[in-house]
Ligand binder design. Sequence first.
Ligand SMILES: *Cc1c(COP(=O)(O)O)cnc(C)c1O
Length: 374
Amino acid sequence: MASTFDYRPTRAVISLSAIKENVRNLRKQLSNNTDMIAVVKADGYGHGAMQSAQAAIEAGAIMAAVATPDEALELRTKGFSHPILVMGPSPITFLSEASKQNIAVTVTGVQWARDAVEELKDFKGILTVHVKIDTGMGRIGIRSEQELKELLKILEGTSAIKIEGTFTHFATADEKDSKRTHKQFEAFTQLVACFPQRPKLVHAANSAAALRFPEFALDAVRFGIGMYGISPSDVVKAEQPFRLKRALRLETEIAYVKQVNAIEPISYGGTYEAQPGEWIATLPIGYADGLKRGLRNQEVLVRGQRVPIVGTICMDQCMIRLPEHVSEGEPVVILGKQGTEEITMEEWATRLGTIPYEIAVTIARRVQRQYFGD
Ligand SMILES: *Cc1c(COP(=O)(O)O)cnc(C)c1O
């Protein structure tokens, strides 16, 4: 999968075999009646939506899920031929295209259903939908039996809409206390029972729930972050039934090396002052690549050792302090393993006060993705 432009050593190296292994391992934990939906929104959490979706399908997933209509269309444009579900809201104007491209969309509520039926009045095709039930996420979906009944009645008004599935989303499945998750599941079960005909795919579990509560797996799980080898939280990490294998490694090479011979300011603002004798190297990666400015002082790996980023991170470059002279061209691991050391998205997330999900999607498009293990 070589790209036309490949002159920059800064790249994300992605293991498709790791993705496949994570998918296979989770499938082994689930009953044979539970299918897997591979969540590849936000360009496969930064790993490449198309490649990740294909890898997941090869490992046994039946469907890809995305957040937006555009993400679904991008998969179709790239030749992805398996079922796709748009989990977020779709504008009504997307529906005929969705039907043509065999993309299932989410019914977000009563008004959406009304608008959809109106839009598809003279429509000849079939639109596949999943009805979203809000059991405690507070985002999209109907919230009561009354609303569900009203919605189902509206959808009966057209033969152009086929209800393939219904789903809910857990808000706290990654937290220690599972009370809310159990409550959400209970509420979901009650509302699912209101369908005159149980939809073919009833699904609730995200990665955290799929890994911790196999009893909530139902007809399918929506496997997102875990597919890429990242645990949703430390709680899940401690409880997960198998080791997730990280799929992404962010690496670069030393572009320039110098030894300073006096006290010298380094980078914008001159906030770091190198001491005489220090070896300072420049890396061709910066905040426009996803190496956030807040990561100053974060370490990277050179020759299997942790070395610190020093000074302000620039848009396209940053500086590190080496314990000794190292040649230009020396490999540097920004995220991933080198020797026995490892720098994880969790480590960055802690430093930045966020969650690993945000780190994964922060690695910029500009960073070349390289795939192996196909
Ligand atoms: C993002 C998302 C998922 C996947 O969640 P993970 O925690 O990454 O597994 C599942 N369902 C919905 C509705 C989502 O938005």
